[in-house]
Write a protein that binds this ligand. Structure first.
Ligand code: HEM
Length: 400
């Protein structure tokens, strides 16, 4: 195994440079050309930008563990570990088995009427406004309502919940601040004092905090149950919101694909996969090594911080021909890594898919075209690739 760390200086390849953050795709292309993994000394991080190598790391949860954190930093102010995403087997599997029955396709189907009627109401409002910020009116509303249906938790407002969810990842970035940590604390305090007491009698929230999940195996000691619920609740907001904002932006840039989808609504499920590939919310998730490990023939040392670059893997031309083109008919779109892969693959993906397809179904019926109505502004988040504001106007379909 070769060790590239000492032979190549990649300080100019900082994933957190302003340029790489603002326009990540050319940066990802240049990274991939440098080999299976690229060490960035200034950040002490090993980047994994290729699809095959990202899958290799995600499938090897023995060498690449989640238990030492899956974000760039795990702040010392945070004493709680997120029970599912930051655990390895066997504990991870105990919790996942206990939650999984609530997340099967069949279980999630029960929420379809609620998600579809939420999509209709959201699009009613957008259509009546004609000109609006797609982040606020479409992207934040859909996950806000879907997660209330799923968990039973009704947040103070969609904006507050979006801010809490945003802070969860931002607090663990190089640019994370105490303000982000305070917002996360605020969300947990609110959950305990107001969210939990006001949940309906039968809901996922109660199943977790009162019964310890479907089989009762989530530990009732300490705050394990509360953190299991809090982490999946917050995980489902910013992620789906980012995807929806990126999706609308993609259709503004590719009106031919929007026209195609309007003519062929049968393509909507595949379009959702292509949008996950093309506009992946998470730039990267991290793993740590405890012993020397291999990434595509390159040895990484013990204690390495490894960034699995999901958004870069989704634009790998070895996996996706012509990767920078949005193609709602793409045959292997579903092999994207936006939801991760293997042991920690996104638990909420059936709900996220339902949200996207429901909103697209309603929008394709009623919106002929999206147009820009002002400058789109990207979020400063270093983890989630998303818009802060996305002003759009809609040209209505006949009879909408
Ligand atoms: C488009 C929307 C979403 C995206 C792109 C997304 C992405 C991801 C990714 C990449 C992972 C794997 C992290 C890793 O390997 O370390 C993950 C895990 C997870 N996601 Fe999502 N997610 C989305 C929506 C949701 C929703 C709606 C929920 C809850 C209803 C949710 C709950 C979770 C949970 C609980 C995990 C941890 C699973 C485990 O460790 O076993 N996510 N998600």
């Amino acid at each position: 195994m070769a060790n590239l760390a000492s032979t190549t200086d990649h300080t100019d390849l900082d994933p957190y440079s302003a340029q790489a953050q603002a326009d990540p795709f050319p940066y990802y292309d240049s990274l991939r050309d440098l080999g299976p993994t690229v060490y960035v000394p200034g950040r002490d991080v090993w980047l994994v930008p290729g699809h095959a190598e990202a899958v290799q790391v995600l499938r090897n949860h023995t060498d690449f563990v989640s238990g030492d954190g899956v974000t760039f930093e795990v702040p010392t102010t945070r004493t709680e570990r997120y029970p599912l995403i930051e655990n390895d087997p066997p504990l991870h599997n105990v919790i996942r088995r206990s939650l999984q029955p609530s997340f099967t396709k069949t279980a999630i189907e029960a929420f379809r009427p609620g998600v579809e009627s939420a999509a209709t109401a959201i699009v009613d409002r957008a259509v009546s406004l004609r000109e609006f910020d797609a982040v606020q009116v479409l992207a934040q509303e859909m996950p806000d309502q879907a997660m209330t249906l799923l968990t039973g938790i009704t947040p103070p407002s969609a904006q507050t919940l979006a801010d809490w969810s945003d802070a969860t990842s931002r607090g663990e970035e190089p640019a994370g601040t105490e303000e982000h940590a305070a917002l996360v604390m605020e969300s947990i305090t609110w959950l305990v004092s107001e969210g939990l007491p006001n949940m309906p009698e039968h809901c996922l929230g109660r199943l977790i905090v009162e019964s310890g999940g479907n089989d009762g195996n989530i530990d009732g000691e300490g705050s394990h149950r509360l953190m299991s619920l809090a982490s999946l609740w917050l995980a489902g907001i910013d992620s789906t919101g980012a995807l929806l904002g990126n999706a609308i932006n993609a259709f503004i840039d590719h009106p031919d694909q929007w026209d195609l989808l309007r003519r062929r609504p049968d393509l909507i499920p595949n379009a959702a996969e292509e949008l996950l590939r093309y506009g992946a919310p998470f730039r990267a998730f991290f793993r740590r090594t405890r012993a020397a490990a291999d990434i595509g023939g390159v040895e990484v040392p013990p204690g390495a911080r490894v960034a699995v670059m999901l958004a870069a893997a989704n634009r790998d031309p070895r996996q996706f021909p012509d990767p920078h083109r949005l193609d709602v008919t793409r045959e292997n779109a579903k092999t994207h890594l936006a939801f991760g892969n293997a042991l920690h693959v996104c638990l909420g993906s059936p709900l996220a898919r339902m949200e996207v397809t429901s909103l697209l179904t309603e929008l394709t019926r009623r919106v002929e075209r999206f147009e820009r109505a002002g400058e789109a502004v990207r979020s400063p988040s270093q983890t989630v690739h998303k818009f802060e504001t996305l002003p759009v106007s809609v040209v209505l379909a006949e009879g909408a």
